[in-house]
Design a protein around this ligand. Structure first.
Ligand SMILES: Nc1ncnc2c1ncn2[C@@H]1O[C@H](COP(=O)(O)OP(=O)(O)OP(=O)(O)O)[C@@H](O)[C@H]1O
Ligand SMILES: [Mg+2]
Length: 452
């Protein structure tokens, strides 16, 4: 594998980076500024570039641009400091694949390098860590070509280094846990623990001690001291999955914890400060749960500091084909099968299916197809999807009960169609069989209605 090019103007930092990377098996060369780096880059082949944002002569974007012009696929990672994290965001937009916030631990550097090199060099890159490790990492990749989802990933990345609470919402199987792990990976402490708790599965009686811990003898059965999840993750990330299912009394306690940034162990005598970053996940609309009186309003506002909402698959149809092929590849590899192709007719079935279970359902379908197919092709029969399901897109959610007006239904159909085509009015009008002018007029009417 070609060497990694390190760019840093501080000799001691450069030596540390070089020695560290060489110790784990990567060949390294270094430059002290951007123009030297570019000269080297033009002359020799490198596997990736790691550049300190301040060493590039003040213009890391130019370095990224020049590198990308010479070899577009070469990963560029930018090292930046806390105060200039917005530069990192610009760098990512210019084509850098990742950034590291200084000061960082060597583990963070190693992990970032491994990820960047792995993405380009695959198995030709060095393998550090166990195979299992490698598989799990690969399984966590978020695959998408949807602009909408890419926008959310950018947003997630931007907010990851803060410690504000994140609320991830989305229908079942849209990748909420995947996104939570993504936020953790880009946080300031990706090396710290990441722990997910399913609030729906916590028995009421044990929930408090699971989260906050307890002291020895604080209740019958409390034979020893127990450290709760909030303390366990240290500076890492605590994911509260299915937060809407949390019992009311516990909601009150959680609110206090998030406000005070300290916990009380059950039976404890003094509060303990916590540093954990909390990510709450919900697949029901939490705002609605508040309206229905099932969820505390004050807690809702406390956790909804940074809301991220994942679009369902029907709003990013462009991902179906990509994901299907990705999952076929994944399950062929896992099952030691040769690469299997998918027939066009089978792909059409996938594109027209109503994916109520979203990406999870698509993944299961492809896994099954890979396992049951005996030949080298996946045909529609291998998908085991009920053809009768492939009817109207809205069939399941549109309610045709008597008591609704035609106008009401029309409005719903228009809004849903728009949602489905990412607000592309031309496309929506075409699908609805009306002119774009009619569509525009109707939308204006609805707007006036809602304002009056
Ligand atoms: N964009 C994606 N790229 C690759 N795999 C994905 C993507 N989105 C989801 N998956 C896969 O789909 C499955 C479901 O994802 P995940 O568990 O994150 O969804 P979820 O929203 O938490 O679901 P639920 O609401 O049912 O808990 C996982 O196996 C995950 O790896
Ligand atoms: Mg989940």
């Amino acid at each position: 594998m070609p060497p990694i090019l390190v760019v840093d103007n501080q000799p001691d930092m450069r030596i540390k980076l070089e020695q560290g990377l060489i110790r784990v098996g990567y060949p390294v060369e270094s430059a002290s500024d951007g123009s030297q780096a570019l000269d080297m880059f033009k002359a020799v082949k490198y596997s990736m570039v790691i550049a300190d944002e301040q060493s590039t002569g003040g213009d890391s974007l130019e370095v990224i641009n020049s590198v990308k012009k010479i070899s577009p696929q070469i990963p560029v990672v930018i090292m930046t400091s806390h105060g200039t994290v917005h530069h990192a965001v610009e760098a990512m937009q210019a084509g850098a694949c990742d950034y590291i916030l200084k000061p960082f631990s060597f583990e963070v550097l190693e992990r970032t390098v491994k990820k960047a090199i792995g993405a380009l060099w695959g198995d030709r890159g060095l393998r550090i860590g166990s195979d299992k490790d490698h598989c799990q990492k690969a399984a966590k990749e978020i695959v998408t070509r949807s602009q909408k989802l890419k926008g959310i990933l950018n947003q997630a990345r931007d907010i990851a280094p803060s410690i504000a609470t994140v609320l991830i919402q989305g229908e079942s199987g849209t990748g909420k846990e995947l996104l939570a792990a993504y936020v953790h990976r880009h946080s300031l402490h990706p090396e710290a623990p990441y722990v997910a708790v399913n609030c729906a599965a916590l028995p009421d009686t044990l929930a408090e001690s699971e989260l906050f811990g307890h002291e020895k003898g604080s209740f019958t059965g409390a034979v020893g001291r127990k450290i709760g999840k909030f303390e366990l993750v240290k500076k890492g990330t605590l994911v509260l999955d299915e937060i809407s299912e949390m019992a009311r009394p516990l909601q009150a306690k959680l609110l206090r914890v998030l406000q005070e940034k300290e916990i009380d162990r059950v039976g404890g005598t003094h509060p303990i400060p916590i540093k954990a970053r909390v990510i709450a996940i919900s697949n029901v609309d939490l705002k609605k749960a508040v309206k229905d009186g099932k969820f505390r309003e004050d807690l809702y506002y406390r956790i909804n500091v940074i809301p991220l909402t994942l679009p369902p698959l029907r709003q990013r149809k462009e991902d179906i084909e990509l994901l299907a092929r990705y999952f076929i590849g994944k399950y062929c590899r896992l099952n030691h099968k040769k690469n299997i192709e998918i027939d066009d007719t089978a792909m059409d079935v996938l594109l027209n299916h109503v994916w109520e279970g979203n990406v999870r359902e698509l993944e299961n379908t492809m896994e099954r197809a890979v396992l049951i197919g005996s030949g080298r092709h996946i045909s529609p029969q291998n998908l085991l999807l009920d053809a009768s399901e492939n009817k109207s897109e809205f069939q399941d959610t549109f309610s045709f009960k008597a008591g609704r007006t035609v106008r009401d239904m029309e409005k719903e159909l228009i809004f849903r169609t728009l949602e489905d085509v990412n607000d592309n009015r031309t496309q929506a009008a075409e699908l609805l069989g009306i002119s774009i002018r009619t569509l525009r007029n109707k939308l204006r009417e609805y707007k006036e209605e809602s304002l009056s």
